[in-house]
Write a protein that binds this ligand. Structure first.
Ligand code: AMP
Length: 222
């Protein structure tokens, strides 16, 4: 059966890192709306030109636009064996649209990755990402650290343009206002799971694997 997974969680919760690992392990595509928008910005497309300033302020792009992007992406043939959505849905309207898009595709497993806000801020203010492939890197420490390259593609590591203090504050505010209500939207479903994201990436990955394999069972939650 197709493994259709949604990763919920605040900015900095580790959704991207965990989605990458999970997608690689299971041979399913990771669909990150943030990555797709950053690619559009880089390519200078119409969507990219529209999204750039909104993303830099830490706000959300419009539901209609991002739902259209995801609808098109889920029409591609590589999602037949399942997919992992990272950063979508982020509003109740997006979650409703996703339910519509899921018709005839098998169950949707939803995992909320929970991390305390103080830890989110610490991670977001210190994280670096590869400017070529977008992979997250731990902040290099010590002398000569600035010369460190992406472990995946050797690209240059940089701070994301929305990982500054003002944008982080706004993203966390928008998360609490628009995205956290999704936990209530999904939590009564038997396929909803929760994992503690305030652990090492290996521990989170193990808990995520356990949560997903239990995801068609009977609703063990926080
Ligand atoms: P992310 O990489 O998931 O943190 O996303 C970066 C930025 O892209 C967000 O702060 C939003 O501006 C925008 N974005 C990504 N996904 C969505 C979405 N599902 N709905 C609205 N805006 C989004």
């Amino acid at each position: 059966m197709a493994l259709n997974l949604v990763m919920l969680g605040a900015p900095g919760a580790g959704k991207g890192t965990q989605s990458d690992r999970f997608a690689r392990l299971h041979g399913i595509p990771k669909i990150s709306t943030g990555d797709m928008l950053r690619e559009a910005v880089k390519a200078g497309t119409e969507i990219g030109r529209y999204a750039k300033a909104i993303m830099d302020r830490g706000e959300l792009v419009s539901d209609d636009m991002i739902i259209g992007v995801v609808r098109e992406r889920l029409d591609r043939s590589d999602v037949g064996g399942g997919f992992i959505l990272d950063g979508f849905p982020r509003t109740v309207a997006q979650a409703r649209a996703l339910d519509g898009l899921m018709e005839g595709r098998g169950p949707l497993i939803v995992v909320d990755v929970a991390v305390p806000e103080s830890e989110l801020i610490r991670r977001l203010t210190t994280r670096l990402v590869c400017e070529d492939c977008g992979t997250n890197a731990d902040t290099p420490e010590g002398p000569g650290a600035a010369a460190e390259r992406c472990r995946k593609c050797s690209g240059v590591l940089r701070q994301r343009s929305d990982d500054n203090e003002a944008a982080i504050r706004e993203r966390l505010r928008v998360y609490r206002r628009d995205t956290q209500p999704l936990v209530d939207y999904y939590r009564t479903r038997p396929t909803f799971r929760w994992v503690n994201g305030a652990q090492s990436p290996d521990r989170v990955a193990a808990d995520l694997a356990a949560a997903v394999s239990a995801g068609s069972g009977q609703g063990a939650r926080r």
